[in-house]
Design a protein around this ligand. Structure first.
Ligand SMILES: NC(=O)c1ccc[n+]([C@@H]2O[C@H](COP(=O)([O-])OP(=O)(O)OC[C@H]3O[C@@H](n4cnc5c(N)ncnc54)[C@H](O)[C@@H]3O)[C@@H](O)[C@H]2O)c1
Length: 254
């Protein structure tokens, strides 16, 4: 019997109920992984897990709350005896306002999910990976963590922070056999992307037109990103750490 690319790897996917996270859950299961979804969308998460069979479970986790994250990670380790892969995918777009209009609570909210939530999941998974002397973490940045654009200023700041967390953690944990990499998707057809489009001051259609223009190839589908996450998470990427993998239909090549 041929082996999958992440055969039997115990994998946590945050924000795995839908969108890019959902596509990642599906691809990992196809390649043999045992996956635990951390999300707050109970209906979608449970339905996805049920549709994929016994290898997938769902846990209600708010990644911005340390008690919620630590209890959920402990439960995964108790159930499986190890944690091989963490996909830090959960994220929100936050408000679409320029800096002088952003309320502190709005700034804090997007940082809470996109940066603090990622830190908390990483913090609680690392001791298990350190004990194993092996592990792979994939952090979701964005092309917006590499370049600017005339929208979502607080979101851009969070995704830049993710890039630096990734590089520093890669160096700090290499001696423990743990790899940490970042993905930088371009516009990908999900609810988050549509929410960003709907909040664009010039209107949804103007946003879609602007984004299509900026992607020479095309806009992305969730599976296009999931395939790149799969490579970085798997042992095929055993020499890759601290890297930024861009999948953006050529947006940032210009
Ligand atoms: N869609 C794009 O165009 C695009 C582009 C670049 C980067 N990204 C990044 O990809 C990742 C996935 O985005 P998506 O487009 O699939 O979004 P999505 O909105 O479809 O899915 C995000 C998931 O994260 C979950 N989530 C949000 N807050 C949470 C919390 N506090 N605790 C647990 N789960 C939480 C949501 O419930 C949802 O299931 C995000 O980090 C996003 O910033 C997306």
């Amino acid at each position: 019997m041929s082996k999958g690319r992440v055969q039997d790897k115990v994998t946590i996917v945050t924000g795995g109920s839908r969108g890019i996270g959902g596509a990642t859950v599906r691809r990992f299961v196809e390649e043999g992984a045992k996956v635990v979804i951390f999300d707050m969308l109970d209906e979608e998460g449970t339905a996805l897990a049920t549709s994929l069979g016994a290898k997938v479970t769902y846990q209600n986790v708010d990644i911005t709350k340390e008690a919620s994250v630590s209890a959920a990670v402990r439960k995964v380790a108790d159930a499986h005896g190890r944690i091989d892969i963490l996909v830090n995918n959960a994220g929100i777009p936050g408000v679409n306002k320029f800096a002088h209009e952003v309320e502190v609570a709005e700034w804090d909210r997007v940082f809470d999910v996109n940066v603090k939530g990622m830190f908390l999941c990483t913090k609680h998974v690392l001791p298990h990976m350190m004990k194993q002397k092996a592990g792979s973490i994939v952090n979701f940045s964005s092309i917006y963590g590499l370049i600017g654009n005339i929208d979502l200023p607080p979101y851009h700041a969070t995704k830049g922070a993710v890039l630096m967390m990734t590089k520093t953690d890669a160096i700090c944990y290499a001696p423990h056999g743990i790899r940490v990499n970042a993905v930088h998707p371009g516009s990908t057809m999900t609810e988050l992307f549509m929410k960003a489009a709907e909040s664009y001051p010039a209107g949804k259609q103007a946003y879609l037109d602007m984004m299509k223009e900026k992607h020479p190839l095309c806009l992305g589908e969730p599976v296009d990103v999931a395939n790149c996450v799969l490579f970085l998470a798997s042992d095929e990427a055993r020499f890759v750490t601290g890297a930024s993998l861009v999948m953006d239909g050529g947006y940032t090549a210009q």
